[in-house]
Design a protein around this ligand. Structure first.
Ligand code: AHR
Length: 330
């Protein structure tokens, strides 16, 4: 963690409580710039992932809506080219050269960020990690990381699975792209919690994709003579793909094969309400206001928590999904 001497220093204070309670507080901005000195707009470089699925669309829209001109910001959006980290590093470098006030980063890879983060530090530009972490996790290289708790979320999924299958089951894990911090953390939480009598037959990446997950799981079902009772899909799109594979095999999702997903998009909750999915863990993408709080505090030279956890909930029944759906924002 490093302070940003380029701005007036105010006695630092731990922000986690204020940030958690401040949701929405700062987004009521009335045209003042974020630094509060009535000057120009605060410029933000957003090194983003770009189109990837429902969760990503919701998250990036929320960030762009939050860092609006009305709230005192000029946000420069730079989505990756086909998920390519080099395109992100190019955009990141440009933002440093433009001397933006702060940089937001949702990384397409977990590793390979040290040198560019060092450059931002030398330029005294605060960097806030959104959703995706970096490995190794050197908290001296960035101001703060904001995300729901991937380890805790996947542990809650495993606890539900243990309750559903007290006498054991065969299961399959459908992962996101290899090496991502969120994939590593979701595997960690699941593996540390799942009961010993639940047997992992396969763990394979389906790259967040419905189509790829359908194809991967069709193959696994055939190879195991349909003797699979549970799927842990690390995002909604892959879980919906697994449900299609189950139906193609003449089986009934929710009865023959229970499917767990992470994200909590409307599509997943509708599938849960219909019984096609069995457990959906929200990975709350709506943390733009929290990101504003962090950026404002960093620009003011205040001490900011290096890891800020965004609250998320879980849904474990069709009734829970049906009740929640009318109020869902993504
Ligand atoms: O990093 C978060 C993951 O990325 C989401 O769970 C997934 O849907 C997205 O593509």
């Amino acid at each position: 963690m490093f302070k940003t001497p380029r701005f007036r220093s105010i006695a630092g204070f731990a922000l986690v409580g204020a940030v958690a309670l401040g949701l929405g507080a700062c987004s009521a901005g009335g045209g003042d710039d974020a630094s509060g000195d009535g000057g120009d707009l605060t410029t933000i470089g957003f090194v983003a992932v770009g189109p990837e699925g429902g969760w990503r669309t919701a998250n990036e829209k929320n960030i762009q809506d939050s860092f609006s001109e009305e709230n005192g910001f000029e946000l420069k959006y730079a989505p990756a080219t086909n998920g390519d980290q080099n395109s992100q590093i190019t955009a990141f470098t440009s933002f440093i050269d433009e001397d933006v006030d702060a940089i937001l980063l949702s990384a397409t890879e977990a590793t390979g960020w040290e040198s560019i983060l060092e450059r931002a530090k030398e330029a005294e530009i605060p960097v806030v990690l959104l959703d995706r972490g970096i490995e190794p996790n050197d908290t001296e290289l960035y101001t703060s990381h904001i995300a729901p708790d991937n380890v805790g979320i996947s542990a809650s999924a495993a606890e539900w699975a243990n309750e559903q299958f007290p006498d054991g089951a065969n299961y399959v894990v459908l992962e996101g792209p290899p090496g991502l911090s969120v994939v590593n953390d979701r595997n960690k939480g699941w593996d540390e919690t799942v009961a010993d009598n639940l047997t992992k037959l396969e763990s394979q990446s389906a790259n967040w994709s419905t189509e790829e997950a359908k194809s991967v799981f069709e193959t696994i079902l055939k190879a195991n003579n349909n003797d699979v009772q549970l799927v842990f899909a690390q995002n909604d799109e892959m879980g919906l793909g697994a449900a299609l594979a189950v139906e193609e095999a003449g089986l009934k999702p929710g009865t023959d094969v229970k499917i767990i997903t992470i994200d909590g998009t409307k599509a997943a909750l509708e599938a849960l309400a219909a019984g096609r999915l069995s457990f959906v863990a929200e990975y709350n993408p709506l943390f733009g206001d929290t990101a504003i709080d962090v950026v404002k505090s960093a620009l003011a030279g205040e001490t900011v928590e290096s890891d800020i956890v965004v609250p998320s909930v879980t849904f474990d029944s069709p009734e829970a999904a049906t009740t929640a759906l009318p109020d869902r924002q993504y």
